[in-house]
Design a protein around this ligand. Structure first.
Ligand code: NCD
Length: 527
């Protein structure tokens, strides 16, 4: 039987589904919405998994109403087996690992897991682990893991329903969107998923409204700008309304008090005031403005006050109802019930990755460059040159020490900081290791990750016989000396989940954790 491209897929971040795949999901959602609104029972049958043995398992390790219940109701629509882990009484509390817990549940014929957790990047790890489990146990299709919110990282299914709702509001026109994001942009994972999510619109203008302690982290702002979004920043709704270009789509989020430290909590009232809508603001809104909110609202301090419920501003109720429909279609897709008619666009040819280890030819006719250590020439051994070229002395010194530790370059030789020959103002580090044997290929790979930009010189009989220029590898993994610096990441060593750390080299030469997506410089990933 042919497996469709959605079957067994996981959704850890919104970018896991391509633009075309999301549009297909929205098309199916619209079809189902029409059928259900006309109460055409027989037509909705084509959308149902209709298999009492197909297991959908909810694992919510943080509180939830909408996400959990809409998935449950969506699974009920499909007439499948629905289970839910009693997180408070599960063996996770006996320090069982995520891998063991989910492998056990997969073994009980469960195929789709809906997971909400405090830790970030959990579904990415479970997806990898689930594939290994499936291989070991002869399953044809790996289990799917759907991220129902991981810490302050992402909330991709909320993003799907938000996008679908905005498209409905804009009459399915994807030309442009002007949206204001208001509230706790720092902790709000539904906002973080918007960075990639809003790409379904050709032109994006985003106004960020939050007092500084709740503002959107810089790396998300940078990413939006790189994607070509027009981004503006405001401290409060009041300041926003004091200028003339006002969005007609307002997306509110709740101050996530439960994630805040005591320092911020002390000023909670002050912060809330900046992002709470007031009656006198109404007249400043453009016509046909619609308010959205992933919900819940705080019953004592709602940022969208309840007197607005009965006005035309209320878009959040429709938005919330769309959640169940989107999740019905998503379950249908990953179960392989829907999606076989999806035609993926033809793929652009893959770029060939340039080798990250460059062999610099040695010109036999050029005067011999001799490395000397003090007054003695290095006759045999290795010299790592151009370390952290252009950095300040202190950073070069610290990183050189790190290289020696990680690469275990202990023993005879020396290291120092010196001015670059080509540019006197540029400093660089050098490590000399006379009598040190050549490095193995895997050591050279590791050196490229810790000292990109450096050169490795192999010296024999006082001559440089081989010179390699090292660049950052496309992926840094399979090394025991690396770890993600985000304490909330599933791969952080403090959680003892035995997740192998992995970093992807992004275009900007930063290393993004494959799980929580935190960006690091090449100096920051070493234990
Ligand atoms: C959000 C969440 O959990 O991230 N809620 C939701 O899923 N609808 C927002 C929140 O908790 O404030």
């Amino acid at each position: 039987m042919e497996i469709n491209r959605f079957q067994g897929r996981s959704l850890a971040v919104i970018g896991d589904f391509s633009l075309e795949e999301r549009l297909y999901l929205f098309k199916k959602t619209t079809e189902l919405k029409k059928i259900l609104s006309k109460k055409k029972g027989e037509e909705s049958e084509a959308f149902r998994i209709n298999n009492g043995d197909f297991g959908v398992y909810e694992v919510f390790l943080e509180s939830s109403t909408r996400t959990k219940e809409s998935f449950k109701n969506a699974a009920e629509f499909h007439r499948v087996k629905i289970s839910s882990l009693d997180a408070g009484a599960s063996s996770i509390n006996k320090k069982e690992s995520y891998a063991d817990t989910f492998n056990t549940l997969t073994g009980y014929d469960n195929s789709v897991f809906i997971v909400r957790s405090k830790l970030e990047g959990v579904c990415r790890w479970l997806e990898i682990n689930g594939k290994m489990y499936a291989r070991r146990n002869g399953l044809n299709v790996s289990p799917s893991f759907i991220n129902a919110g991981d810490g302050k990282h992402e909330h991709p299914t909320q993003e799907l329903l938000d996008e679908f709702t905005f498209l409905e509001r804009l009459g399915n026109n994807r030309d442009s969107i002007h949206i204001a994001l208001i509230g706790d942009l720092f902790h709000g994972r539904t906002v973080h998923s918007k960075v990639q999510g809003l790409q379904i619109f050709n032109k994006v203008q985003v106004d960020l409204i939050a007092p500084t302690p709740l503002s959107l982290p810089d790396y998300y702002i940078r990413e939006m700008e790189q994607l070509g979004y027009k981004v503006r920043i405001f401290e409060s709704i009041e300041a926003y309304l004091n200028q003339n270009t006002i969005a007609d789509i307002w997306y509110f989020t709740r101050p996530q008090l439960e994630r805040m430290g005591d320092d911020i909590l002390k000023s909670a009232d002050f912060l809330r005031d900046k992002i709470t809508f007031k009656r006198e603001y109404i007249e400043k809104l453009p016509q046909e403005t619609t308010f959205y909110h992933p919900l819940p609202r705080h019953k004592e301090h709602p940022t969208i006050p309840s007197f607005l419920d009965t006005t035309d501003l209320n878009g959040w109720e429709e938005q919330s109802a769309n959640g169940k429909l989107i999740r019905i279609i998503l379950l249908g897709l990953v179960a392989g019930k829907l999606g076989s008619d999806f035609k993926p666009p033809s793929k652009p040819p893959e770029e060939i990755t340039k080798s990250f280890i460059e062999d610099i030819p040695i010109d036999e006719n050029r005067p011999v460059k001799r490395y000397t250590e003090g007054i003695n020439p290095v006759s045999n051994g290795i010299v790592i040159d151009h370390i952290c070229r252009g950095d300040n002395r202190r950073d070069i010194r610290d990183h050189t020490a790190r290289i020696i530790n990680v690469m275990k370059l202990f023993g005879k030789g020396g290291e120092w900081i010196t001015a670059s020959r080509e540019d006197e103002k540029m400093m660089k580090g050098i490590i000399f290791r006379p009598e040190r044997e050549e490095l193995s290929p895997s050591e050279i790979n590791k050196l490229s990750a810790i000292a990109p930009g450096a050169t490795l010189n192999i010296i024999k009989k006082s001559r440089v016989v081989k010179k390699l220029r090292l660049h950052m590898p496309p992926k840094v993994y399979n090394l025991d000396s690396i770890s993600c610096s985000n304490p909330d990441c599933i791969s952080h060593p403090s959680h003892c989940e035995n997740v192998p750390p992995e970093f992807i080299n992004t275009a900007g030469n930063t290393l993004r954790c494959a799980y929580c997506e935190k960006e690091h410089t090449f100096k920051e990933i070493w234990k």
